[in-house]
Design a protein around this ligand. Structure first.
Ligand code: 5GP
Length: 179
């Protein structure tokens, strides 16, 4: 399918399934080489990264531990700052090599706010693996250690990413058609 319609919007294919699979496999090979002899903890950030995670870990040649979290952002009662906490984080991070798995880094707000909370638990190392990055949109100095694709600042769906709850199931990534 080269075009899909979700609710009121049209999307056209931007990264096809083969291209994605090829790149995910390359990332898995790279990560396996970098972490050879260790057992890193993959923290997959739901919902969007469930397919990326499932495909990536099947190509690893190391034995990983895999856990899933949701990040919730909320406003503090007495402060104007925003906080990002992890829901479902049930693994002790002390001394662990952590690899965060993200579907997409857009503004970077989510990860930038979450990283200090993660560091409080004193992991040995933290790296970020993201399938997609929108460099034009990113507002924070984040080091993306493993990056699938840099993409333009346009809304995308598919391969785990949704538009208002629709479109996560596709194995390709589609870009919003703006007429
Ligand atoms: P950030 O905090 O980096 O701005 O945003 C991260 C989250 O925003 C992603 O995990 C994703 O859920 C959502 N997001 C950002 N850009 C897109 C996009 O183009 N399409 C979809 N479906 N979600 C996006």
């Amino acid at each position: 399918m080269s075009r899909i319609r979700l609710l009121d919007k049209e999307f056209e294919v931007y990264l096809d399934a083969r291209t994605i699979q090829q790149r995910v496999q390359e990332l898995a090979i790279q990560i396996s080489a970098d972490y050879m002899g260790t057992r890193p903890l993959f923290l997959s950030i739901l919902n969007g990264s469930f397919l990326f995670t499932a495909d990536l870990v099947r190509h690893l040649t190391i034995d990983p531990e895999i856990s899933f979290i949701k990040l919730a952002s909320y406003k503090g009662m007495r402060s104007t700052g925003r906080y990002t906490t992890a829901i479902g984080l049930d693994v002790d991070l002390l001394g662990r090599d952590v690899i965060l798995l993200e579907d997409i880094v857009d503004t970077g707000n989510t990860l930038f706010q979450f990283l200090p909370h993660l560091q409080q638990q004193q992991p040995r190392s933290v790296r970020i693996a993201t399938l997609l990055h929108k460099p034009e949109a990113t507002q924070h100095p984040l080091t993306l250690d493993y990056l699938g694709f840099s993409i333009p600042n346009k809304f995308v769906v598919g391969y785990g990413l949704d538009y208002d709850g629709w479109g996560r199931q596709y194995d390709s990534i589609y870009q919003l058609v703006t007429e």
